[in-house]
Design a protein around this ligand. Sequence first.
Ligand SMILES: *Cc1c(COP(=O)(O)O)cnc(C)c1O
Length: 406
Amino acid sequence: MKRKLRRRISPESMSLATRAIHGRKLFPYQGTVSTPIAQTSTYRFASSHDAVRYAQGDPDVYVYTRYHNPTVREAEERLALMMNAERALLFSSGMAAISSAVFSLVGAGDEIISTPALYGGTYRFFRDILPHYNITVKYVQPDSLADMRDLVTRNTKLVYFETPTNPTLGLVDIAKVVAETRRAEKRVGARITIMIDNTFASIVNQDPFSLGVDVIMESGTKYLGGHSDIMAGVIAGKKKFVAAVHTQLKYFGGCADPFAAYLMVRSLKTFELRVHRQNENALALAKFLRRHPKVTRVLYPGLSSHPQHLIAKKQMNGFGGMVTIEVAGGVKSAVKVCDSLNVALNAMSLGGTETLVSIPVYSSHVNMSRGELKSHGVTPGMIRISVGVEGIEDLRRDFQQALDRI
Ligand SMILES: *Cc1c(COP(=O)(O)O)cnc(C)c1O
């Protein structure tokens, strides 16, 4: 009997979901459907010849888990495949990914152009740590980041931003920033890397590479991990760049743990499903909340009332799971609502299967002056909602009863 040959379909032609479930080599491990955890710090050489191969730079020789690990590599290969990146690197956290990537791009005397609308950890890293290395950060408001041309000098090495922003869900026009950066680059005769923190949208909803961005960072703790149970971070980009970041990873030590990498691979399989459901729930909840008399504002890029809704439609495939509302009566009312919710949990972080709420003036924007809050667009009555995958009717009922207590 003639054996039928299986025809191989290129993974690049497959959907994001299929890439996540199978990775590059469909069924990479004999026998097991799920990915084994290589819970080891070191590796036994078959012979000293392996050590020589490693010394000569062969990437297929494993020597030590801070450098390489098969489970971590499996997560990285799937992420690269899903992100259409030449290579992706997994870290122990989003901040490990950000700091390692930034330090591989800038050194003493260099300049970064960014916006103040950054994740708190990144903002403080830029403000408090980079000056020790004589690295300057110049800030532009996110909606006018493309007007950065006068700030670019020969020392500008990096343009760094997030969109949508936290917690006001403002947008940066990605294509416009890319075009302006390339123009400025020519004018000063320097090469500038454009890096985005894509955590809020996630790659399901926003593909910055297709818009000309060089480097994508995502906190794997959020939508990619998606179950509020791991810490992880991802850097994706060109091979040469990611290799340079890998060198930083080895010295700063922010390597991913094999078990977290295993959970990441597991989570990737439902990543698209979860995010689609979160998009749907968030839009439905945003529309519902807009009608409640105690809700004075609803910020969600998917609402036509959002001032940058057209930009959202242009650069996003889905509008995400983050919704921010403002309630009448300031922070007292916000506290009352958060303490009255039952289905939604009062907790920091975002991107998990469960709906979480937090009050920006008590979390991401704690201890900021009135002036700083104003420039960030944050008001005391704001509640940030990370919408989960629960039944939408349960969420509506929960918010209804909590808001009715104001
Ligand atoms: C959480 C978060 C980070 C940092 O990620 P960690 O995994 O907590 O280190 C960076 N950027 C954004 C937008 C985040 O939400």
